[in-house]
Design a protein around this ligand. Sequence first.
Ligand code: NI
Length: 188
Amino acid sequence: MATLPIYLYGNEVLKKKAENVTEITNADIKLIQNMFDTMRGYGIGLAANQVGVAKQILVIDISDNEEWKDTKPLVVINPEIIDEEGEWEFEEGCLSIPDIREKVWRPEKITLRYNDVNMKERKLEADGLLARVLQHEIDHLNGILFIDHISAAKRTLLKSKLTKVSKGEIETEYEVVAAPSKKKPKKK
Ligand code: NI
């Protein structure tokens, strides 16, 4: 069992599309186990690039939620949303953006094509909280954050807070990796 530090907002690895996985290695299995350990108690979903690994892998465990207590932990590799339906607004947060929560509109139901941990191709229909977490994590794997879905005006209000997050000037119960500081151009 090992936990991994979470990469905070501002890190490049969170802004890029993660790479497709063609085979699952022992190292990937370990990564997946560590991802579950890392989010336990703090979050219900985690994308590999949030722990600095740019691979199309995400994990979800929503069984702490009473309504979803029978839902098994899920490992999703190379996900692709092939159908969506409806729309609902729900407040989201993110381990990479601590202390910020915002309401986000997303499709209510989705159909997903993905590979399981044995690289077997699977299809999943999800709604409610499960569909919500899946979309949030799939966004991560495409370099998109939940705050990219809110209005520009709202984002402007969050700007100073986001700068603090990127510098790691926040308190978290879990280990984090701040974004590298931007070097000022040298004066001639
Ligand atoms: Ni997130």
